[in-house]
Design a binder for this molecule. Structure first.
Ligand code: 4NP
Length: 163
């Protein structure tokens, strides 16, 4: 029997310690709940190297844990041009990071790039705001946006790839 290759999704923000690990954890959690483990693989990365090898920001971990999502095993890494060979979807949290990714994207791979919140068009916002310099409410807001876009992305993948 022919086995299906998994669909690979990469979430990208600036530091890979707040927004993209949150998206990584929330989306992974949803995939497991929906019985899609093994069909979809998830990772996250940052466009800058400030926090490489660090675990997610403590505030991001605490906010996610309130929703039963454990981010503690994740470690920050920097996005590379090779990621465009590996991943089918490379989704940026905001336009600044989309522009950073465009700089390293090999020719012909641009179709893989997009804004994560484009999968939640009803939200009326297109970027996940950077919560790093703000208070805890910013991290809850990040989770709300990411939960909506994760559900939208799952329905897109179900339709597009007949999962
Ligand atoms: P992230 O948040 O891009 O969501 O991980 C940030 C983390 C660190 C910094 C900025 C944003 N920083 O300037 O160190």
């Amino acid at each position: 029997m022919k086995t299906r290759n998994s669909i690979k999704v990469l979430f990208v923000c600036l530091g890979n310690i707040c927004r993209s690990p949150t998206a990584h954890g929330v989306f992974q959690h949803l995939i497991e709940q929906e019985g899609l483990s093994g069909l979809i693989e998830v990772d996250s990365a940052g466009t800058h190297a400030y926090h490489v090898k660090e675990p997610p920001d403590r505030r991001a971990q605490q906010a996610a844990l309130k929703r039963e999502v454990d981010l503690s095993p994740l470690r920050a890494r920097r996005a590379t041009a090779d990621d465009f060979d590996v991943f089918d979807y490379v989704l940026a949290m905001d336009r600044e990071n989309l522009a950073n990714l465009e700089q390293i994207c090999p020719k012909g791979m641009e179709y893989k790039l997009g804004l994560f919140l484009s999968y939640a068009p009803d939200l009326g916002v297109s970027e996940v705001p950077d919560p790093y310099y703000g208070g805890t409410a910013g991290f809850d807001r990040v989770l709300d946006l990411i939960e909506d876009a994760s559900r939208g992305l799952i329905s897109h993948l179900r339709k597009e790839h007949k999962l």
